[in-house]
Design a protein around this ligand. Sequence first.
Ligand code: SF4
Ligand SMILES: [Zn+2]
Ligand SMILES: [Zn+2]
Length: 343
Amino acid sequence: MDCDKCGDEAVMHAAYSGLHLCNDHFCRSVETRVRRRVREDTLVPRSAAPDDPETWVVGLSGGKDSVVLTQVLHDTFEDDPRIELVALTIHEGIEGYRDESLEACEELTAGLDVRHEVVSYAEEFGVRMDDVVEDDPEGMAACAYCGVFRRDVLERYAEELGADKLLTGHNLDDEAQTALMNFFEGDVQQMASHYDASLGPFPEMDPYGEADDSATDVPADPTERPRRPQDHHVPRAKPLRDVPEKEVALYAHLRDLPAHITECPHAEEAYRGEVQELLLGMEERHPGTRHSVVAGYEKLASLASSAFGAAEPAEYGECANCGAPTGRDVCRKCDLLDALEAA
Ligand code: SF4
Ligand SMILES: [Zn+2]
Ligand SMILES: [Zn+2]
């Protein structure tokens, strides 16, 4: 087949758009979608200036998603002195997995001349995921421990590195899965938090400031309202979330990016896997399903945030042990580390 834009040989066909695209036009379309998302989510604030740049910490695992995100952001902002990128890699202590992907991260960031920081669970917490899986004092999936530790490290280092935003490489499939999982669990509060933490556009001005409740830049369409600022977490963003997983992989391949492909040996999010299968089946029979699930979900999450968002911050305090923001006396990470020590 030929490219619908230029007639060169097509490298892909997107059933949801009907388009066939060549190497060049496909790569451009991925970059355009990321840049449009950066714009629509108002990631670059008006206040960012060359003498007061924004720092964006990118969670770089070495997998295709975070590698593509880092590359495209670098290409986009390389000559823009308002934005500074820092890549942050977490070493979980997983034999035969993270060492290789760490090499990919180092190759990528050295080639792009992007600052790269590596932190490990071993140094931070004195644990390695391989041992955690072995001990398993709480009878949980590996990812349940790993996710708690990862959040803690990302939050602390984002702060330490002076991050204004924390960017992660979630793709369209990841987001559609999370959306469906929240629907299936009926968790509307979770949808609201999801919106405020990582989905909604950043407010250009503070429409929720004390001074003015009738603020003018709350959009007429209530499903396009900005997220509520969260004072206890570094705000997150997912600029790759309009690009399907397969296209992220194809982009990494066509541009010959140093991405590490192997799956983590402890990956066992069974429920997410089921949802993914369901979605891929639907997508095959009804192209565009993932896009519409995510678009509809974000609108509903925005409405849920309007209804729920205001009450949350007051419930947050500090962990008595480590000082991390938490709604409990002692944070979940400290609980898990205690249990591991006792095991
Ligand atoms: S798959 Fe699970 S255990 Fe492996 S790195 Fe990811 S969160 Fe951690
Ligand atoms: Zn073309
Ligand atoms: Zn703690």
